[in-house]
Design a protein around this ligand. Structure first.
Ligand code: CA
Length: 422
């Protein structure tokens, strides 16, 4: 059910940000400093200001929101997360006193006037490969249908360590990378701009509590603070040449875009669902004690440079994942690596079983063999300069939705020559 607020715009069935959601972000207005904020309808509540004024504090003794990120708040742990959210919902609920409404209106800005920034300081970033439809599609293209899934795939949530420094907020332009590609002569590579630049539609799970040593799947789920949409920009031609035997490296080092709001695990609780049927029995440490995935419809759209409106290329759902973020996080800790507040785990590309549910252009165009025809008549196998790619997602409740805000990025042309100096 929709929880009604005195902020009228939060009561629409169409808003991403009803009282049920209350996602956490970082914003600025004009040249002012970055502040922590909470989205409600078409406004942003200034959480840094509420803390300084003593109206709503997470920690009575420390100003954890006097920073351009939510990391210090996350570090306070799940009891504080729950208490803060409950107080915030009280203050914003229909029926709050006139005084409270006046106070919170003073500490708020229209979202349309704000610039949004990364909502947390990314400590480290790991990306997984946990969508079975995606892994099957890519494996079929690269190795043939017989060997599509690697032998370990049904037992291990496969991942690689990515670059936290590559993570950017939605709206940041993404420059086409140069890299080492297979040349016309198979043994002699060339250094050239990527010709097969791509997206990967993913969710990012944000670790809010540290660990030191192996954790169970339940403990891992308890450590997760929230989720964002994540676009793992991928240079397919660089990837094809470099990926064996240690996995992707420069193919995934250009940029990773995030939606600007952290949707909390608390807001997603009503949408929990189970991972699909296990095709091979998992080792006990990876067994889930309950539903750990979420039913979140997702889509990816494209807006070519001179087109009037974006068109949807694919629709899928987070519930298509084979492994949950909690399973990935539990697996991540098995060999002893500590996890830190602000670590982020990419889910892996989320594709569904059918053709119009594919989360990358590599799959949509089947490696370039079946180019897509867009509304303006142009075709795409991979991204062209000037294209804007946007990921969207919202869990659908009864009369409300819990949305993420867009995760968008425009691809700009490669440098003329990255090694030219002066
Ligand atoms: Ca990926």
């Amino acid at each position: 059910m929709l929880k009604t607020s005195w902020v009228a715009s939060a009561n629409s069935a169409e808003t991403d940000f009803p009282l049920n959601n209350l996602p956490y972000g970082v914003f600025s207005v004009g040249d002012a400093d970055l502040r922590c904020g909470v989205a409600i309808g078409d406004r942003i509540i200034d959480a840094t200001g509420l803390e300084a004024a003593g109206i709503l504090r997470a920690d009575p003794d420390a100003d954890v929101l006097d920073a351009p990120y939510w990391n210090d708040f996350m570090a306070l742990g799940p009891k504080v997360w729950a208490a803060y959210r409950a107080k915030l919902q009280d203050l914003l609920a229909e029926g709050a006193s006139e005084e409270v409404q006046d106070q919170l209106t003073t500490y708020s800005v229209p979202m349309s006037e704000a610039t949004l920034h990364l909502p947390f300081k990314v400590a480290e970033y790991t990306d997984f490969y946990a969508g079975k439809h995606h892994a099957t599609n890519v494996g079929t293209m690269f190795r043939g249908a017989e060997n599509a899934l690697p032998p370990n795939w049904l037992s291990i949530p496969i991942g690689y360590n990515g670059r936290a420094s590559s993570v950017v907020v939605s709206g940041t332009e993404v420059r086409r990378p140069w890299g080492q590609l297979k040349g016309p002569d198979m043994d002699l590579p060339v250094f050239a701009p990527c010709k097969r630049f791509d997206i990967e539609l993913e969710m990012g799970a944000i670790v809010g509590m540290p660990s030191d040593g192996p954790v169970t799947v339940q403990e891992a789920d308890d450590m997760i603070f929230g989720y964002v949409l994540l676009n793992d920009w991928s240079a397919r031609d660089i990837q094809a040449w470099e990926y064996q035997p240690l996995g992707p490296f420069q193919a995934k080092a250009t940029a990773t875009s995030l939606s600007p709001w952290i949707v909390t695990k608390a807001a997603l609780e009503p949408f929990r669902c189970s991972t699909p049927h296990r095709e091979r029995v998992l080792l006990p440490y990876l067994e889930e004690p309950g539903p750990m995935l979420y039913d979140i419809p997702l889509s990816v759209s494209i807006l070519p440079e001179n087109a009037e409106k974006p068109e949807i290329l694919a629709r899928t759902n987070y519930r298509e994942m084979y492994y949950s973020a909690a399973q990935q996080l539990a697996h991540h800790t098995t060999a002893g690596s500590p996890m830190n507040v602000g670590d982020m785990l990419g889910s892996g590309t989320i594709s569904g079983p059918s053709k119009d549910e594919r989360g990358s252009l590599l799959e949509m165009s089947w490696g370039g063999k079946e180019p897509l025809t867009l509304a303006d008549g142009s075709t795409r196998s991979f991204i062209e300069d000037g294209d804007t790619l946007t990921l969207s997602g919202a869990a659908q409740g009864d009369g409300y939705r819990v949305g993420f805000g867009d995760c968008a990025g425009t691809v700009i042309p490669a440098l003329d020559d990255p090694y030219k100096r002066g």
